[in-house]
Design a protein around this ligand. Structure first.
Ligand code: UTP
Length: 433
């Protein structure tokens, strides 16, 4: 079993101040010059009213912010241009059932050799859910507290109990929710997990802009920054020095998953074993589409590489394509639970994935300095997405799961993919609420 120990305080300090990224302070003149080149000097309009500490903070942000994302506004050419699309057959439930014992054994062996780590993507803002706290802190319980994070930790511990060893549990946060997430985990005693196996790292932030491409301020000394999407996780992990440490510890596989599925199976031995047995670089848990038009990204091959085609990008021809048995050919949607071989991901480190320009509601200061809380989208955020990363890999195993047992996403307060629907699925799976 690996001994994977980061004294937490040292680790957090290292992440906050990565030596490689330490930079000199920026003067007002330097900040002005940087902003002038890109037409953003309005960010300094409250400078004279700030305290010294606030001035330093704003100058630090101007120094550290990568404004180059602004160039993507109005540019669709850097996004995926679909060419040669072909089906990517999934390992279906019947095949998994047949190989279950052997796959599970293989997966557990990999876990016991210390080759698997779990990565929770928890840097999102969860705006649709409408809670100010990080999503992982959301309580779906009715007669007792059942936090989203608690559900994840319970599921993880089922596997670590079965394997008889712990696995490194990495949590990606953002500047927006890092402190709250860390305190929450501490307050709840890491839900019984060994804190030395829990590692936090922060994802990168990107500036938000109005429709004219002017970056917004959310306070006189604070640029409106938001997490840069879930596609930058591997780079952020590498920059924080975590990747090197994991490799040194012998970790070869990363199980990466989203925060909001309360039935999420983490480090699922059967899934891991299936991907290893099929000699794939990656695997993606997938659900059979509920109907032709379900709004999920479908797994496919593009120019021979695994890819995920979004529902709105699919032509009628693709939606209607069937195999010789009459089964739809593009019938498996991803649920944000992937297994990646680290050496394959490392090849992608130098690559620049597309930047998605997304219309969102962005709180900001008006010209006069009043805080505006828009009711509808008023500008752009810039995001890298995990689905673009898959295309750089050579192989991916779509691995079917039963959606009623493994897929209970909480995106909205009510309706589809909501707290209500997740509660119903928890009940169905015997989870007391
Ligand atoms: P979503 O696409 O649901 O985004 O994230 P979100 O920010 O959580 O919620 P909305 O869209 O504002 O309502 C899917 C997963 O990716 C993570 C989320 O935490 C969630 O686990 N994510 C998303 C990040 O880690 N970072 C990001 O910048 C965005």
């Amino acid at each position: 079993m690996i001994h994977f120990l980061y004294p937490e305080t040292d680790f957090l300090t290292a992440v906050r101040r990565p030596c490689r990224d330490r930079k000199e302070d920026m003067t007002y003149q330097e900040a002005y010059a940087k902003l002038e080149q890109i037409g953003q000097t309005h960010l300094l309009r409250f400078y004279d009213t700030l305290t010294q500490e606030e001035k330093d903070r704003l100058l630090g942000q101007i120094r550290d912010t990568d404004f180059s994302v602004l160039k993507y506004i109005g540019r669709k050419d850097q996004l995926q241009q679909w060419t040669e699309i072909a089906p990517l057959p999934a390992m279906e439930l019947s095949e998994i059932e047949k190989g279950k014992e052997a796959f599970t054994r293989t997966g557990l062996e990999a876990i016991r050799r210390g080759e698997v780590a779990a990565v929770l993507l928890a840097g999102g803002m969860g705006t649709r859910l409408g809670s100010d706290a990080p999503k992982c802190m959301y309580d779906i319980g009715l007669t007792r507290p059942v936090y989203i994070m608690q559900r994840l930790m319970e599921n993880l511990q089922e596997v670590t109990d079965q394997a008889g060893c712990l696995i490194p549990f990495l949590i990606m946060t953002s500047d927006r929710n890092h402190d709250q997430t860390v305190s929450f985990m501490k307050k709840h005693d890491y839900f019984g997990y060994d804190p030395s196996r829990v590692i936090f790292f922060r994802q990168d932030m990107a500036p938000a802009a109005d429709y004219e491409g002017k970056v917004l301020l959310e306070a006189p000394s604070q640029i409106a920054l938001s997490p840069n999407g879930n596609g930058g996780w591997f780079q952020s992990m590498d920059r924080a020095g975590i990747l090197a440490s994991l490799k040194k510890e012998g970790v070869r596989w990363l199980n990466v998953f989203g925060v909001d599925n309360v039935l999420q199976r983490i480090a699922d031995p059967c899934f891991i074993g299936a991907v290893i047995s099929k000699d794939c670089e990656s695997g993606a848990k997938a659900v059979r589409k509920a109907n032709r038009d379900e709004k999920v990204g479908a797994l496919c091959l593009e120019d021979g590489h695994p890819a995920i085609i979004e529902y709105y990008e699919m032509s009628d021809d693709l939606l209607d394509a069937v195999d010789e048995k009459g089964q739809p050919l593009y019938n498996f949607g991803v649920i944000l639970n992937y297994l990646f071989r680290i050496d394959a991901l490392e090849r992608t480190l130098g690559e620049d994935f597309p930047t998605h320009v997304v219309e969102k509601k962005i709180e900001h200061l008006s010209e006069a300095g009043e805080l505006i809380r828009p009711q509808s989208p008023n500008g752009y955020k810039f995001e890298k997405l995990m689905i673009d990363q898959i295309r750089s890999l050579d192989s991916c195993l779509p691995y079917e799961v039963d959606r009623r047992r493994e897929f209970a996403p909480i995106k909205n307060k009510t309706g589809a993919d909501s707290v209500e629907s997740a509660r119903e699925l928890c009940r169905e799976n015997g989870i007391p609420l």
